[in-house]
Design a protein around this ligand. Structure first.
Ligand SMILES: CC(C)(COP(=O)(O)OP(=O)(O)OC[C@H]1O[C@@H](n2cnc3c(N)ncnc32)[C@H](O)[C@@H]1OP(=O)(O)O)[C@@H](O)C(=O)NCCC(=O)NCCS
Length: 143
């Protein structure tokens, strides 16, 4: 596929939210115009999108916290699945994180999201393996 990957522009925030809805990404408290605008401006993060011609076909967020890199919101439009676009996005996120300084990268993946687990279980070939040692604890704070 001739897919181009590049950082999202603030004018594309609506398209990003729409893609996440269509892709069935689990909604979160930060699925807002303001939060995505902040993400796009953040110096140690990237919101990358894959484009098939003029169509936004997928996204990924890469974030570097100074210690580890993280990958979030990997989502590909239903019309564009199983063409290697998610793998390309993860590779692009990895390159972006390496440029920022990250040597180790984590992806948080929901156990009960079969498409996500299907993808990540096959991601050995692009260098990711499941880490059974870890469990996640979360907090959500009011602004
Ligand atoms: C998960 C998701 C991003 C995968 O996108 P994709 O572009 O179809 O994935 P790719 O084409 O790059 O898949 C690469 C490989 O992963 C594996 N894979 C991908 N989707 C799979 C599935 N549904 N079941 C089993 N294996 C799968 C396959 O081995 C595939 O290679 P192959 O097509 O040659 O067999 C997409 O299904 C999606 O957006 N799902 C909804 C949102 C979501 O779950 N996001 C993940 C949050 S962490």
């Amino acid at each position: 596929v001739s897919v181009e990957i590049r950082p999202c522009d603030p004018s594309e925030i609506g398209a990003v939210l729409d893609l996440w809805r269509r892709a069935g990404a689990t909604p979160s408290a930060t699925d807002t115009d303001e939060a995505i605008a902040r993400l796009i401006e953040a110096p140690q993060a990237a919101l990358l999108a894959a484009y098939d011609g003029g169509t936004m076909a997928g996204t990924v967020i890469a974030g570097w916290d100074g210690w580890r890199g993280s990958v979030y919101r990997l989502a590909v439009a239903p019309s564009h699945r199983r063409r290697g676009i998610a793998a390309m996005l993860v590779e692009a996120a990895g390159r972006e994180l390496a440029t920022m300084g990250a040597r180790r990268i984590s992806a948080l993946v929901e156990h009960d999201h079969p498409l996500a687990v299907g993808f990540w279980d096959a991601a050995e070939r692009i260098g990711y393996h499941r880490d059974p040692r870890m469990v996640r604890y979360v907090a959500t704070r009011e602004q």
